[in-house]
Ligand binder design. Structure first.
Ligand SMILES: Nc1ncnc2c1ncn2[C@@H]1O[C@H](COP(=O)(O)OP(=O)(O)O)[C@@H](O)[C@H]1O
Ligand SMILES: [Mg+2]
Length: 79
């Protein structure tokens, strides 16, 4: 670990997320809107990139609303 700092108060959660990702290859962050899921995911993505790992970031955009498969196409294009 190391690199970018964890979001305030999330060091323990970030460590746990890294352990789960490395042991299971996937993780799901859940919680009510605004609780900090995206912030934690961004922090983990920054750490993984700093370690030289490939990070694919997929997020739906309002502009994609009427384009079937837009998000999937963006993911494939970024890979
Ligand atoms: N640990 C934290 N300390 C301070 N601010 C935070 C923290 N986590 C998230 N925030 C801020 O709170 C707001 C909501 O966080 P966000 O990650 O977008 O929530 P979610 O994805 O769960 O809806 C954002 O402005 C974000 O920068
Ligand atoms: Mg979010």
């Amino acid at each position: 670990m190391g690199g970018s700092p964890a979001p305030v108060g999330r060091e323990e959660l970030l460590s746990r997320l890294e352990r789960v990702l490395h042991s299971r290859g996937r993780a799901l962050l859940t919680g009510t809107a605004g609780v900090g899921k995206t912030e934690v995911a961004l922090a983990e993505a920054a750490r993984a990139e700093a370690r030289g790992e490939t990070v694919l970031w997929l997020a739906t955009l309002p502009a994609d609303r009427d384009i079937p498969g837009a998000a999937a196409a963006a993911l494939v294009a970024s890979a």
